[in-house]
Design a protein around this ligand. Structure first.
Ligand SMILES: CC(C)(COP(=O)(O)OP(=O)(O)OC[C@H]1O[C@@H](n2cnc3c(N)ncnc32)[C@H](O)[C@@H]1OP(=O)(O)O)[C@@H](O)C(=O)NCCC(=O)NCCS
Length: 171
């Protein structure tokens, strides 16, 4: 199985070692990393390990880290993926390069990932954890119809946890 996901405007491809340079540039951009890694700058080795873990997870479980492309585009515009949220289940995450903000791409990519999780992988639910100060990301989970169920304290302040429920909408 190649794990490529396609939407109306986007193609999501599992990250490979060749994507390390692009991921480094993307995830270290201040506007992108602020809420993703609590402002931390990832080291090359952490990105290499993330890609290796993702490849192992795709092979074993059918999920991991996807790079997001516009249909017909040859350079990535963002990322989306699934990763464990403590012992609670899998959370969806996403990021876009700033020029790709404001087009609905994050919602479209995240919806494809959640559909994959609930459909192909037959998971009972998908979670998300969003810093309350990250208004753009709160809007994404709201557009997906995810429901808040808990607030926890993060390094940057309160974070709300969401789950897909009866409110999760496919287009
Ligand atoms: C979170 C993040 C991905 C959100 O990006 P975004 O572009 O705001 O979100 P979407 O792709 O869903 O786009 C929604 C916007 O596109 C607009 N839009 C334009 N054309 C659209 C279309 N055809 N379809 C849907 N929405 C469209 C919407 O109206 C909305 O605009 P608004 O914010 O002014 O209301 C982005 O801010 C980011 O990468 N942040 C850094 C990483 C991060 O924090 N990730 C989340 C960690 S939990």
């Amino acid at each position: 199985m190649n794990h490529v996901l396609t939407t109306g405007r986007l193609v999501l491809r599992p990250a490979t070692v060749e994507d390390q340079g692009w991921l480094m540039e993307h995830w270290t951009a201040p506007d992108v990393r602020r809420f993703l890694f609590d402002g931390d700058v990832l080291a090359e080795a952490e990105i290499a390990r993330t890609i290796a873990d993702s490849s192992a997870d795709f092979a074993a479980h059918g999920y991991g880290l996807w790079l997001v492309y516009e249909v017909g585009g040859d350079s990535p515009i963002g990322t989306a993926g699934l990763r464990p949220l403590e012992e609670l289940g899998l959370e969806v995450f996403y990021s876009l390069s700033p020029p790709a903000w404001g087009k609905g791409y994050a919602t479209e990519a995240a919806r494809a990932v959640v559909d994959h999780a609930l459909g192909t992988l037959a998971l009972p639910e998908v979670l998300a954890e969003v810093d309350e100060g990250n208004r753009a990301s709160v809007a994404v989970v709201s557009r997906l119809g995810m429901e808040p169920f808990e607030v926890v304290q993060g390094l940057l302040g309160p974070m709300t946890r969401y789950r897909t429920g009866s409110g999760f909408r496919t287009p």
